[in-house]
Design a binder for this molecule. Structure first.
Ligand code: COA
Length: 379
């Protein structure tokens, strides 16, 4: 404690900054639930649409409520024509997360509720953003690849429609379910860096689009959502299972940070990684790319033996996404397409019980000193 009664906690580790009814994260025992429902049940037995409803409105939907939420999401799937135009004008080699951040800001310019922070307006914006973000990622990928955008298919789930708008092919039921479950596993995770960012932004009474654009910026970093893409690049660098031992020895010797390993809160294990591991095994086998899975398993084992580090959510999602045909630089946008459910639910929660989030800095610069005019400074 210093003289003003403040205490420096680097990285805010262990600091509780908000009450939340959304996510129950038990880091010690490696358990995770959304609004009381275990993540494994939700990933295996609920659709992403049901999970969105649960996070936004507090309860799993009845069949009629699910229809209403699903229809609302489908109705919002089209990307505004001006946005498609803007995407065509963006440099083709710009990274898709930078594009997504601009997309969210542009969607805010056209949203009829943009500056309305009421509960009802926030629900409407949450629905729109969830659908529009998914569609915009696909439209951007198509136009940067010199392909025409694909109109959304109203008969498909959000997950299946994403894969359809990305590739032009309707995914099999198995592939769509794996992708849907991935979105659920990424949907919410308490006060992770990007969700905290969204809460900081709306704590100033700013609006949902501004907060989500900030969340996208935070998610992009390799210590957060960017880790999945980095995992896949690591696997590609390793190249084959036989190279894992040599890679790990060299990486540890260089004190290299191994992406997809370690977690601030989970010390015993990340429950999402355990589920994704099984999904990656199935998807890699079915797509004839089992070597990525084998490489990941061996890397996981070796790093765990050497450093006791656990794989986090981004470790096995990398071979899973790759085997589902998702381009590597779209892994982080895909995480955003899932996390938008949690960001928007947290924004709604923050608006309902708001206090400005404003921590302190511990000043370590020079002591007070006399001002010197520019003509008397220097030699
Ligand atoms: N590879 C190598 N060493 C790691 C590591 C990793 N992925 N994660 C943690 N460590 C080591 C650190 O070097 C440090 O060792 P030291 O005390 O000898 O210096 C120790 O473990 C604590 O690490 P620290 O970075 O202080 O922990 P943190 O709680 O601040 O970081 C992460 C958590 C997630 C940022 C960190 O584990 C990491 O960088 N992981 C890789 C990125 C990633 O996968 N991010 C996605 C998270 S879901």
């Amino acid at each position: 404690m210093d003289k003003e009664g403040t205490q420096l906690i680097r990285g805010l580790e262990g600091v509780v900054a908000a009450e939340t009814a959304l996510c129950d994260l038990d880091g010690k025992n490696g358990r995770l639930a959304y609004r009381g429902y275990d993540i494994e049940d939700l990933a295996r037995r609920a659709s992403f649409e049901e999970v969105c409803h649960l996070l936004w409105y507090g309860e799993l939907p009845t069949a009629a409520q699910l229809d209403k939420t699903t229809l609302g999401l489908i109705a919002a799937r089209d990307v505004p024509a001006e946005l498609v135009q803007a995407l065509r004008l963006m440099p083709k080699d710009t990274d898709p997360m930078r594009v997504l951040q601009s997309v969210v800001a542009m969607l805010g310019m056209r949203d009829p509720d943009a500056t309305d922070n009421s509960r009802e307006a926030n629900f409407r914006k949450a629905v729109r953003l969830t659908s529009q973000i998914a569609s915009a990622i696909c439209v951007h990928h198509r136009v940067r690849s010199g392909l025409e955008p694909i109109r959304p298919a109203p008969d498909l789930s959000l997950a299946a429609n994403f894969l359809y708008m990305l590739t032009g092919k309707r995914p099999s039921g198995v592939v769509a379910k794996a992708f849907d479950a991935s979105l659920t596993l990424y949907a919410e995770h308490e006060l992770n860096a990007s969700t905290f960012t969204t809460r900081v932004i709306v704590s100033t009474q700013s609006d949902m689009h501004s907060a989500v654009a900030g969340g996208v910026g935070a998610l992009k970093g390799p210590l957060h959502g960017g880790a999945g893409e980095a995992v896949m690049r690591t696997l590609m660098e390793i190249g084959e299972v036989a190279n894992v031992d040599a890679f790990v020895a060299k990486a540890l010797g260089e004190r290299r940070r191994l992406m997809g390993m370690g977690h601030r809160v989970y010390k015993a294990g990340d429950p999402r990684a355990a589920i994704l591991k099984g999904m990656a095994e199935d998807a890699c086998r079915q797509s004839g790319q089992f070597t990525w899975y084998e490489m990941a398993v061996k890397l996981h084992a070796r790093v765990n033996e050497a450093k006791k580090l656990i794989p986090n959510v981004d470790f096995y999602s990398a071979p899973l996404f790759y085997s589902l045909g998702i381009p590597v630089d779209l892994f982080t946008p895909v995480i955003a397409a899932g996390r938008i459910a949690g960001w928007t639910a947290n924004i709604i929660e923050q608006h309902e019980d708001n206090r400005l989030i404003r921590p302190r800095g511990d000043y370590i610069g020079p002591a007070r000193r006399a001002f010197v005019p520019v003509d008397r400074r220097g030699a």
